[in-house]
Ligand binder design. Structure first.
Ligand SMILES: Cc1ncc(COP(=O)(O)O)c(C=O)c1O
Length: 418
């Protein structure tokens, strides 16, 4: 391939437009109309949120679903249901959305970040084991990008585990859906997820006590089931409305198809990309079924000799949307100001003051290095084989350009040195 980069005024590798992706349709309209006709948007007087909870739980083969207003709320609710005392440490991933840790801080819990595996960017169970102290009370296991973390190895550490499945609809580990391995698991229905109701979340459990506590935690600790109003712990209002419930219920019908399509397309794209020198797709461990919330690949910097930003810019110019910063915005979560400045609650350094835990650059070297070498893209369920071929052609074109430039620079500098 000898064409100039699009960045240098050559033709774009993406020659045909991506197909439009329409996410909502007639069923959403029908359910929304039913809600409006019912004249109540409040979940407890309506039917849609209750039906969503039932169907969602059934889809995962779990007994109970507790709907809520976001994935952030869902993790907070799960932590609340586990009744962890303030000052407890909770181990999680440094490559995740802030929503994984927000609820920890509100509960006075101390997030502890374990390093990730260099090939998958999922939490490394060996690093998690090393971070356990006598204060550790739970693990929040993030299934990052739609690829299952080694949840059995994490569960074997003997602590309560919450699976954060916000990115992991339809993702499988050892032949079973992620979200079915631990006593309590959480999901997000925000705009970016496989399915969405604008903003929403779900907690799943088989345990009646966890269900009860989660239900209270999502709703100001009002004991609606007993007709009592006497809150006995602090709980926010994380209710899902009937409007969100209606859309989420309609969306459930296509989640299986979306995850299956992304699995197929992501697998195909990897088969195309892994042949390109300097490019390594995210590894999919045996027994895992990736549902590609995000598609990730790594640049072999010794081969390409470019920065991840240079590669990303050249690829975007080829008509291939991508991100050099991963979902955390270019740094691991513990390097956000809220941790570095201990400013969760301005005017105090609570909850960090409850322990002597300090967050420093270098805490998770593998995660930190990932920000210099990984590219993130979407592989939407609407992509065609042509889209995949053109994406692969674009990656190949950009990789080849940088590989040749790198070889040339090395040769010249070797020549000068001689
Ligand atoms: C892993 C993970 N956990 C939690 C959340 C928070 O979900 P929400 O945005 O619905 O609050 C997200 C959202 O991106 C996420 O990716």
């Amino acid at each position: 391939m000898d064409e100039a980069l699009a960045l240098h005024a050559g033709p774009q590798a993406k020659r045909t437009p991506f197909a439009p992706r329409k996410r909502h349709g007639e069923l959403e309209k029908q359910y929304l109309n039913e809600v409006i006709d019912s004249d109540t948007l409040f979940y407890y007087f309506g039917t849609k949120v209750f039906e969503l909870q039932k169907k969602f739980a059934e889809m995962y083969g779990r007994r109970y679903g507790i709907a809520c207003s976001s994935g952030t709320a869902a993790v907070h609710i799960a932590l609340g249901a586990l009744e962890l005392p303030p000052g407890s440490e909770v181990i999680t991933s440094p490559i995740t959305d802030m929503g994984t840790v927000t609820g920890m801080l509100y509960q006075g819990l101390i997030p502890v970040f374990a390093d990730v595996d260099a090939e998958t960017l999922n939490m490394d169970p060996r690093s998690v084991a090393q971070r356990i102290t006598n204060r550790t009370r739970a693990i929040v296991a993030v299934h990052h990008a739609g690829l299952a973390v080694d949840v059995e190895a994490l569960a074997a550490l003997g602590l309560p585990v919450i699976e954060d499945c916000a990115q992991a609809f339809g993702c499988e580990y050892k032949g079973r859906l992620a979200g079915t391995f631990t006593p309590i698991s959480t999901f997000s229905l925000n705009h970016f997820k496989h399915i969405t109701c604008g903003s929403g979340g779900m907690v799943l459990t088989d345990d009646e006590r966890l269900r009860y506590l989660a239900t209270l935690f999502a709703d100001k600790c009002y004991q609606r089931e007993e007709g009592i109003r006497n809150p006995y712990f602090l709980a926010p209002n994380y209710q899902m409305t009937e409007l969100q419930g209606a859309v989420a219920l309609a969306q459930l019908r296509c989640v299986g198809e979306i995850a299956a399509a992304r699995n197929r397309l992501g697998g195909r794209l990897s088969a195309l990309l892994e042949r390109i020198p300097g490019i390594t797709p995210q590894a999919v461990p045996a027994g895992c079924k990736h549902s590609y919330f995000l598609y990730l690949f790594r640049l072999e910097r010794e081969v390409l000799g470019c920065t991840v930003e240079e590669f990303s810019e050249a690829l975007a110019a080829e008509g291939i949307p991508n991100d050099a910063r991963t979902i955390t915005g270019g740094r691991p979560v513990y390097l956000y100001d809220v941790f570095q400045k201990r400013s969760a609650f301005p005017g105090s350094d609570y909850p960090f003051s409850l322990t002597d835990r300090i967050y420093r650059p270098g805490d998770c070297p593998v995660a930190e290095a990932a920000f210099d070498s990984w590219i993130t893209m979407n592989v939407y369920e609407t992509y065609t084989d042509t889209d995949l071929e053109e994406i692969a052609a674009g990656v190949q074109k950009v990789a080849q350009y940088f590989a040749v430039r790198n070889l040339w620079t090395r040769t010249v500098s070797a020549g000068v040195a001689v």
